[in-house]
Design a protein around this ligand. Structure first.
Ligand SMILES: NC(=O)C1=CN([C@@H]2O[C@H](COP(=O)(O)OP(=O)(O)OC[C@H]3O[C@@H](n4cnc5c(N)ncnc54)[C@H](OP(=O)(O)O)[C@@H]3O)[C@@H](O)[C@H]2O)C=CC1
Ligand SMILES: CC(=O)N[C@@H](CCC(=O)OP(=O)(O)O)C(=O)O
Length: 312
């Protein structure tokens, strides 16, 4: 069976990577719009309604508009890579490891997780669920991203200004990922989020530093690592490292695209201070890889097909 796919926003950073991952897969037929029609609402409406699955790789407003262009009677299912529907009722959060594969497989509307939330939630959500971390803790998230995370506009800016060595932002402390992180981790409060950009095209590190000794249940860092390893034991996408890299963790500017997600728990000698760290590709499990994983599930195909994983 062939599934008809329309990528709305196919000329953008995320859309192009999804198309690359679908290239040569006989299970899919891609509907394409010529460059002069790709923003034409009527052409998009036709493609959106003709597709079995529409993948939205658009700014939030355009993603909302795309959903409105789909007729209510249409059988088109949607994967939205934008942040427009990540906490919207009726939408499935497309993080199969956290919400369950069956829910994604059966969903009509899937919202792809944000890149930073993917790292944060992978680390914190299972531990809060297990009662090892408190839901009412004031969590802080420090993160650094490659500049492709900001799409075409930031890519252009970072290439035009090669003197930018580090860019911190979201200084109003109101980043659009806050609701998503809070809701899907089941937290009582929004996190304090400090994102930044470095002059690498892709890749990111998301870190949650924790004073474990100040928590009422006083969890040991080893217990957190063990719980994460157990939680992701069956996952081909998520790796929980039990070895500590020699004193440092790197993002490399020439790292190959990857749809994997690596998790680390670093603890001090007494285990009462910890740094939970996720390393991922913002365009892999942070965007395009996650969309393809959900697409596979929604089409009843093996979940890992077409993903950029060493063993896939
Ligand atoms: N980059 C990343 O790492 C991640 C991105 N995302 C999300 O994915 C979505 C896409 O991001 P990204 O690919 O980076 O962004 P880009 O800016 O690279 O691409 C967006 C594309 O959408 C097109 N577009 C804009 N408005 C319309 C419209 N009304 N109709 C049709 N096409 C339109 C743009 O056209 P034009 O080429 O003319 O500008 C562009 O090609 C965003 O919501 C982003 O937040 C999520 C996770 C990670
Ligand atoms: C470096 C950079 O600018 N990153 C983007 C997030 C990229 C991403 O995750 O996209 P969504 O917002 O759709 O989730 C930002 O901080 O807004």
């Amino acid at each position: 069976m062939t599934h008809t796919i329309f990528i709305d926003g196919a000329a953008g950073t995320t859309g192009l990577e999804i198309a690359d991952r679908l290239e040569g897969r006989g299970e899919f037929e891609l509907l394409r719009l010529d460059d002069d029609r790709r923003k034409d609402a009527e052409a998009r409406r036709d493609a959106l309604n003709e597709a079995d699955i529409a993948i939205l790789c658009l700014p939030d407003d355009a993603a909302r508009e795309a959903v409105e262009l789909i007729d209510t009677a249409s059988r088109t299912r949607v994967i939205d890579a934008s942040s427009a529907h990540r906490t919207t009722e009726g939408w499935c959060y497309g993080f199969p490891e956290l919400v369950g594969r069956e829910r994604v497989a059966d969903a009509l509307r899937v919202s792809n997780p944000g890149c930073y939330p993917t790292g944060f939630l992978a680390l914190v959500a299972p531990l809060v669920r297990a009662g090892l971390l408190p839901a009412d803790w004031p969590y802080t998230v420090n993160a650094v991203s490659g500049y492709s995370g900001g799409g075409k506009a930031l890519i252009e800016r970072m290439i035009d200004k090669p003197n930018i060595a580090f860019r911190t932002y979201a200084l109003d402390l109101a980043h659009k990922h806050l609701p998503e992180m809070q809701v899907h981790a089941g937290l009582d409060h929004p996190v304090l989020f400090a994102p930044s950009v470095v002059p690498a095209y892709r890749g990111m590190i998301v870190e949650v530093p924790l004073h474990l000794g100040a928590m009422q249940n006083d969890p040991h860092s080893d217990a957190l690592r063990d719980a994460l390893a157990e939680f992701y034991t069956a996952s081909a996408v998520v790796t929980v490292h039990d070895d500590t890299p020699a004193g440092e963790l790197l993002l490399e500017t020439d790292a190959a695209p990857s749809d994997g997600l690596e998790l680390f728990v670093f603890g001090n000698e007494g285990g009462w201070n910890a740094r939970l760290v996720a390393r991922l590709d913002n365009l892999g499990k942070g965007a395009s890889g996650a969309a393809v994983q959900s697409l596979n599930l929604m089409c009843g195909l093996p979940e890992m097909t077409g993903l950029l994983l060493q063993n896939a």
